[in-house]
Design a protein around this ligand. Structure first.
Ligand SMILES: *Cc1c(COP(=O)(O)O)cnc(C)c1O
Length: 379
């Protein structure tokens, strides 16, 4: 058996990315410098918003957005349980209450009908996620937000390069965020950004990311509570260089997704990831699902089988409302979001990155088919 390891993820670093970082180091200006400004301008331009505030993580960006909207104790924010934990944690940072609305079983993004049902007198905002790169149903969410006079936030950490009818993800609602951890479409090592058209929000986020300084920073005037969420110049330069490659990266990842689509097409009982027909999908990960007749135990045995064969794989997302900390602090539990729970027990994230070899995709498909056959025959 061939068990040469196939990693779950890989970042796409180009020779000019490495040069960009080396140049910053040679310049001796490692923080608060021109690369941060350039990165912000390039991001705002690419996504199509007036402002980008580059920070040290996507989680920091989410925190700044929540705080700048004045969301705090007593407020509720409706959000998806099918996401990376940061999209819920940012609500908890400010003492507000996340209210989980179930997901659409096709797109895996928050279901606008469930959002509508979750709205109450304390609802302050909706925080939706472009899950795995698939755009959330922004037109429906915008209509709900407008009707109820509440804010809408676009967590687009997984969807840089995706769009809905030509409008890029990250630009929906009052503010959006991006993340640049190494598994994302582009990376800065650690990093993130707030995106907004709102001048005041831009100024507020910028100040809070920099110790609450007034914009006239010559006097080191601290006019509000702030944090150190600044990105450094090496990361910002890497971001500028990586963003210069975004279109090739999106295309190469789309090619990898088509390869999987063709290779996995014949496998009975496997649901392939959703693709948008209303815009462009920038693929973050490649997550398939086993059928409802199989249990979580079967999924976990398949994951173990793939790992035994040297194939990197993952079980995301585990529903956020079932995470131990959320259960303890909010008293959430099974039954709250049944669609998310059913799907969360059956996902298998497969090795996915630009330039994955066709022979590796073949090997993943064969092993997956064998393991599914074994499960079906009750072996
Ligand atoms: C990656 C990610 C973030 C940001 O994560 P950081 O590691 O803090 O950069 C936020 N939300 C979602 C949905 C993500 O996938």
């Amino acid at each position: 058996m061939n068990s040469r390891p196939i990693p779950l993820a890989n970042c796409d670093l180009y020779p000019d990315d490495i040069e960009a970082v080396a140049d910053v180091l040679a310049s001796n200006r490692l923080a608060i410098g021109p690369w941060t400004t350039r990165f912000e301008e390039a991001l705002a331009d690419y996504v199509g918003v007036r402002h980008a505030v580059a920070v040290n993580s996507g989680t920091s960006a989410l925190h700044l957005v929540i705080r700048s909207l004045g969301i705090g104790p007593g407020d509720e924010v409706i959000t998806t349980p099918f996401s990376f934990i940061a999209s819920t944690n940012c609500i908890l940072f400010e003492g507000a209450t996340p209210v989980f609305a179930d997901i659409d079983p096709e797109t895996l993004c928050i279901d606008p009908a469930a959002v509508e049902r979750a709205i109450g007198p304390r609802t302050k905002a909706i925080l939706a996620v472009d899950v795995f790169g698939h755009p959330a149903d922004w037109p429906a969410l915008e209509a709900i937000a407008e009707q109820h006079g509440i804010d809408l936030i676009d967590d687009s950490a997984e969807a840089l390069g995706s769009d809905l009818a030509g409008q890029r993800c990250g630009s929906f609602g009052r503010a959006g965020i991006l993340g640049f951890y190494p598994n994302k479409q582009i990376t800065t090592g650690e990093g993130g950004a707030v995106l907004t058209d709102d001048d005041e929000m831009d100024a507020l986020c910028r100040s809070m990311a920099n110790q609450g300084r007034s914009s006239d920073s010559r006097w080191l005037q601290h006019i509000r509570l702030g944090f150190n969420y600044r990105i450094d110049e090496m990361s910002a330069a890497l971001g500028v260089s990586q963003l210069g490659h975004i279109e090739e990266i999106v295309e190469a990842r789309a090619a990898a997704a088509s390869l999987y689509r063709e290779t996995l097409a014949g496998i009975d009982g496997l649901t392939l990831p959703p693709e948008t027909s209303e815009g462009r999908m920038s693929w973050f990960v490649y997550v398939v699902r086993i059928g409802d007749r199989h249990s979580k135990a079967v999924r976990d045995r398949i994951l173990a089988g793939l790992r035994d064969r040297g194939i990197g794989c993952g079980d995301y997302f585990q529903p956020i409302h079932l995470q131990p900390f959320l259960r303890q602090s909010l008293g959430t539990g099974p039954g709250l979001c049944p669609i998310c729970e059913r799907i969360g027990e059956r996902t298998i994230a497969l090795p996915f990155y630009a330039g994955i070899l066709p022979t590796d995709v073949e090997r993943v498909a064969e092993d997956l088919r064998d393991l599914l056959d074994e499960m079906d025959s009750g072996a």
